[in-house]
Design a protein around this ligand. Structure first.
Ligand code: ADP
Length: 551
């Protein structure tokens, strides 16, 4: 017997069509370089996005061609998210925080044909232009300045320069979506490649539509057309966690911070355009809440705001601080390879009313439960599946319809994918009897001391619970006797004082003695990665020559 269902391919185009028709008045607010706000309705968004697709087709974009973007978070970047695939192209977001050489390498490896770039990022483009010859550079006047249009010279490797707004104005009125299979690619992102070269992940219509449907579920992000979403997560990092797609699907309103990501700017924006849902890595919210608390009465935080926080371990202290100000944090875990949402906290019905306050916050500090369609297993060193007891730790592996099964144009690597079809995440985790996942560490950040493992994440969590501590990162430093020992790098809040011994005594009740850091270094700032996370690799380099007093 066969099913009687239509075999209609899953398609981003249907999401755009629906939201353009159903939610013409939903709003997209973007912060411009001069800090003023620009507003667009979905009616305008829909028209402009289709115009972009029509313009790209007119310029000769073929199915599967890559169009790179080098842009901050704003309405035009959102137009690219749907407009490039609507023209049959593949959007390739370039991470503007990488070094120019890396960006150039990635654009070249992706064989990007066109580039859409914010005018204020043209100086950055100039720095990597020699690594890759784009055919066309389409400049979006984010600053409002005039764009100088130029013919290209293919022989001299000079790309044509177009004005984004002019292209949209002159786009053919008639536009038809490009036919596609649901498995055709629509976007690609490169992982930041902390080891080896960055690797490309290519998302499909199918993976993106399914990820969007899962994301908006009430027991997931509960994202609806009533929401005002503020994606602080860059649109060049794992597709801003997929929210541009899912929020457009449900007609949600957007507030985009543009290039202004300092805590003060974000607080100003949240006051002017209060979001109901925000997204970002923990470091963003750590600095924001500290600034807010240091300036009583200066800002009003949006009461009831939900925040999806992930990309790195979320300290329990941060979740408590948010709660004290009437906002909630749900921690998620994911990777560029997983579209990215793979686990997310939500309060399962059978836990309601059963946890005391401390247990409740401890549960909230987990990475949550696997979201629908994501299969997850944790394997110990012998390849046996760990029990769901929150004690056994092992390598977290995942599979599912929006998890990558390979890297773009890279030979299959058994270090990354198992023979039976699972992605090896490189994260070490445990899972409890209720299915809540605790990420203990990245494999490379675990501290191996005398044959035992110490979780840097657990130590950081405990240290950041101290009221004088602003930020902390714990790293492994080579030790002649114990192989490695933990060293804690701690940033104090402005004006605060704290002695190493007092801090050690504060965290001591939570750990065995041998797990406590042997040294605590008070520093001014913890270096950040290109995606805004604590850059432990850099710290390890800085402390590579550390001499232990006890040696
Ligand atoms: P990058 O390597 O630039 O950080 P990704 O954003 O793809 O690229 O990072 C994915 C990694 O981020 C995961 O493998 C994991 O180590 C870390 N991560 C993501 N979410 C969490 C979380 N909630 N807790 C701890 N680590 C996390």
């Amino acid at each position: 017997m066969e099913s009687t269902m239509m075999s209609v391919p899953l398609s981003l185009d249907t999401l755009l069509e629906r939201s353009g028709r159903l939610f013409p008045e939903s709003e997209i607010v973007s912060r411009l370089p001069d800090k003023s706000l620009r507003r667009h309705t979905y009616a305008q968004y829909y028209r402009r996005t289709r115009a972009l697709a029509a313009a790209l087709k007119k310029l000769g974009l073929r199915k599967g061609d890559r169009v790179a973007t080098l842009c901050w978070n704003h309405h035009a970047h959102l137009e690219c998210y749907f407009g490039i695939p609507a023209a049959g192209g593949v959007m390739h977001t370039l991470n503007l925080r990488l070094s120019p050489d890396e960006i150039g390498w990635i654009a070249h490896h992706g064989k990007d044909r066109f580039l859409i770039v914010d005018d204020i990022l043209l100086p950055l483009y100039q720095q990597f232009a020699r690594h890759h010859a784009f055919e066309r550079v389409i400049v979006f006047s984010f600053s409002g300045d005039k764009v100088e249009v130029r013919e290209g010279d293919p022989h001299a490797g000079e790309p044509a320069v177009d004005d984004y707004e002019l292209l949209l104005e002159q786009a053919p009125e008639h536009f038809e979506y490009v036919e596609h299979d649901e498995n055709d690619p629509i976007a690609m992102c490169y992982t930041s490649g902390t080891t080896g070269r960055p690797k490309g992940v290519a998302y499909s219509h199918r993976s993106t539509v399914i990820h969007s449907l899962v994301q908006v579920m009430p027991d997931c992000m509960a994202l609806s057309g009533h929401d005002v979403v503020m994606p602080v997560t860059p649109m060049f990092h794992a597709n801003s966690w997929g929210v541009p797609y899912s929020a457009v699907m449900v007609g949600a309103n957007f507030v985009f911070p543009g290039p202004h990501l300092h805590p003060e700017d974000l607080l100003d924006l949240m006051q002017a355009e209060p979001p109901t849902l925000s997204l970002g890595v923990p470091t963003i919210w750590l600095s924001l809440i500290q600034l807010y608390e240091a300036n009583p009465g200066k800002w009003t935080l949006p009461a009831g705001m939900r925040s999806l926080v992930g990309g790195a371990a979320v300290p329990e202290a941060l979740i408590r601080q948010f709660a004290a100000h009437g906002m909630s944090i749900a921690q998620g875990w994911g990777m560029t390879e997983t579209s990215p949402l793979a686990t997310l906290f939500f309060e399962k019905q059978d836990l309601i009313g059963k946890l005391n306050e401390d247990q409740w916050f401890a549960r909230r500090a987990t990475a949550g439960v696997p979201v629908p369609l994501v299969q997850l297993r944790i394997l110990d060193d012998d390849g046996h599946e760990c029990a769901w007891d929150n004690k056994e730790v092992g390598e977290l592996q995942v599979r599912g319809p929006y998890i990558t099964g390979a890297y773009h144009e890279v030979e299959p690597d058994p270090e990354k994918f198992t023979a039976d079809g699972w992605l090896r995440t490189g994260d070490v985790a445990a899972i409890d009897k209720d299915g809540y996942v605790r990420i203990a560490d990245r494999t490379k950040d675990l501290i191996k001391s005398g044959g035992e493992w110490i979780s840097s994440v657990d130590l950081e969590n405990a240290i950041m619970a101290h009221p004088a501590v602003a930020e902390a990162a714990v790293i492994a430093v080579a030790h002649p006797k114990w192989t490695e020992r933990p060293l804690a790098c701690v940033v104090l809040k402005p004006g605060a004082t704290l002695e190493s011994e007092a801090l050690r005594a504060f965290i001591a009740p939570k750990f065995a003695r041998w797990q406590l850091p042997d040294a605590i270094e008070f520093i001014d700032a913890i270096p950040r990665t290109s995606t805004g996370k604590f850059w432990k690799l850099k710290l390890r380099e800085l402390y590579a020559d550390w001499a232990w007093k006890s040696e």
